[in-house]
Design a protein around this ligand. Structure first.
Ligand SMILES: Cc1cc2nc3c(=O)[nH]c(=O)nc-3n(C[C@H](O)[C@H](O)[C@H](O)COP(=O)(O)OP(=O)(O)OC[C@H]3O[C@@H](n4cnc5c(N)ncnc54)[C@H](O)[C@@H]3O)c2cc1C
Ligand SMILES: Cc1cc2nc3c(=O)[nH]c(=O)nc-3n(C[C@H](O)[C@H](O)[C@H](O)COP(=O)(O)O)c2cc1C
Length: 455
């Protein structure tokens, strides 16, 4: 990355860097979209934050993104897409793109040169890992089209997506919190403050069971939360956000950042079910969110919860076959999807799940077996990594079932992956690429038949 800075160290850009210090503390500057924005770097190996904005919102969010990463001690370089060329991209290791869509699915005007000079060509970007925040509005036909075009182009150049494109429908707060969550993961700063404090509802903790006693892994708890208000709706694939100490109601201290958990149930269950692994911090203290849900709060207590719609992980609308792949607590999101499919009478479902030991880690094993025996779940492959001499993971299961997987995909199957971002998701991606071919996998991603909810 220093190469970029070397390349940019002429007097013009030096003065631009000085300007940007003011710029970071003055959002108003950013709301002036045609003004030539500057690059900022604060030493080390900076993350490039590049934005394309028509009316200023993407610029403002890029600015907030830069501030969050800087608060976490991560060096950043902030730039408009109009300043980015192939040379800069080739020298960049980490980049975040915050881009809106305008016109009829077009790039914002300031990015026209980038589209012509960069996006219409090719450049090898194997060293680059990136994330895209795509701003748009579902009222338009080409929803978030420019964000997706940029993402596809980056994938084509060999760059690695850190996570799937986060779409922001008309400034949706939940999607923005999801982006903030990714920033805390990227900067290894679990306590980054929320940009806006979410509004929570009261839910009662009505049940909590330790479901993997004796496991070689950390304890996992099945948790049930019942709403204390009526008309609460969610869909399979949605996320529960919790306030880790009910600070919105009970104390006057600075609110803590929220934590996200995949919902494992449907509204017809009458409760949100979660599967939460109790994490420990380096000092041995329980994690903020998982500690609160699994030990801090008592059964019968009220918990501050908010549901975040996660349309990218909703079940397919048509009756296509569904392949569900996951590990560990990832079964939570997959269980809700399976329940939704079964409720709709859609039984062409295949679960490929990985954990450590059959004896302790068969999460929701009896239920899954019941669904399989009754034909509501056509096929189940469980891979237990420590039940044999060599380590076997879910990605090995994917490769071993390759021929059958190809048949399902040629029958129109969609593939949904839920679970660990580190380890599982990239390995499953590589396994799917090996089985299906990189081009077909990319095509599935573009057409919404390959979706991931990984953390
Ligand atoms: C979309 C989504 C869905 C999710 N679904 C689930 C789910 O279904 N089930 C589930 O269990 N989890 C799920 N998660 C993960 C969950 O949101 C939390 O990240 C997880 O519970 C850990 O949070 P925590 O507050 O308990 O731990 P934290 O207090 O945030 O600690 C997390 C980790 O960071 C490390 N850490 C913390 N503080 C520091 C520090 N100061 N310095 C260095 N390292 C530190 C600790 O080692 C710990 O392992 C999901 C996440 C996302 C984004
Ligand atoms: C004239 C106009 C055209 C737009 N066209 C699209 C579109 O085709 N697809 C889409 O998803 N959003 C579209 N939007 C919504 C914007 O992407 C959305 O409002 C975004 O938050 C604007 O961000 P910006 O201020 O950074 O440009 C359009 C907005 C305007 C005003």
């Amino acid at each position: 990355m220093s190469g970029i800075l070397d390349g940019l160290s002429d007097a013009r850009l030096y003065s631009a860097c000085v300007v940007v210090v003011l710029y970071l503390t003055t959002c108003a500057y950013f709301l002036w979209p045609r003004r030539r924005p500057a690059l900022v770097a604060t030493g080390g190996d900076p993350t490039l934050i590049a934005f394309a904005s028509q009316t200023g919102f993407a610029a403002e969010l890029a600015n907030r993104t830069a501030q969050s990463l800087q608060a976490a001690g991560a060096p950043v370089m902030l730039a408009s897409l109009q300043q980015i060329d192939n040379r800069i991209l080739k020298q960049t290791r980490h980049a975040l793109f915050v881009v809106s869509t305008t016109g009829e699915g077009d790039a914002p005007d300031p990015a026209a040169g980038f589209v012509r000079d960069v996006l219409d060509g090719a450049v090898p970007l194997k060293e680059l890992s990136y994330g895209v925040l795509a701003l748009g509005d579902r009222e338009y036909d080409n929803y978030c089209a420019f964000g997706h075009r940029l993402d596809q182009w980056l994938r084509h150049q060999g760059a690695t997506a850190l996570f799937d494109v986060i779409e922001v429908d008309n400034g949706d707060e939940g999607a923005l919190r999801h982006w903030q969550h990714q920033l805390s993961v990227m900067s290894n700063s679990p306590d980054l403050p929320d940009w806006e404090a979410p509004r929570y509802d009261r839910w009662r903790l009505t049940a909590r069971h330790h479901i993997n006693p004796g496991s070689a892994g950390d304890a996992c708890f099945h948790i049930e939360l019942r709403p204390q208000t009526t008309d609460v709706k969610w869909q399979a694939g949605d996320i529960a956000e919790i306030d880790p100490r009910n600070s919105t109601w009970d104390d006057k201290r600075e609110p803590l950042p929220h934590r996200e958990y995949s919902i494992a149930s449907l509204p017809t269950d009458g409760a949100i079910h979660l599967l939460v692994r109790q994490m420990r911090r380096p000092d041995g203290e329980p994690g903020l969110g998982s500690g609160w849900l699994t030990a801090g709060a008592r059964v019968g207590d009220d918990i501050a919860v908010r549901v975040r719609p996660n349309p990218n992980f909703h079940a397919p609308q048509s009756n296509v076959p569904l392949i569900l792949i996951g590990n560990g607590t990832g079964i939570a999101g997959l269980r809700a999807l399976l329940k939704a499919r079964i409720t709709e009478g859609r039984h062409r479902n295949w679960l490929i799940f990985g954990e450590r030991n059959l004896a302790h880690d068969r999460f929701y094993g009896e239920e899954i077996e019941r669904w399989r025996a009754s034909g509501q779940l056509e096929r189940v492959d469980q891979v237990f990594s420590r039940d044999q001499a060599e380590r076997r993971y879910v990605q090995h299961g994917v490769v071993e079932c390759g021929d059958e997987l190809k048949r399902w995909v040629s029958d129109g199957a969609a593939i949904y992956v839920c679970g660990s971002l580190q380890g599982m998701a990239p390995a499953v991606d590589a396994a799917l690429s090996e089985v299906l071919g990189a081009d077909l996998l990319e095509e599935l991603a573009i057409t919404g038949r390959y979706r991931r909810d990984v953390y």
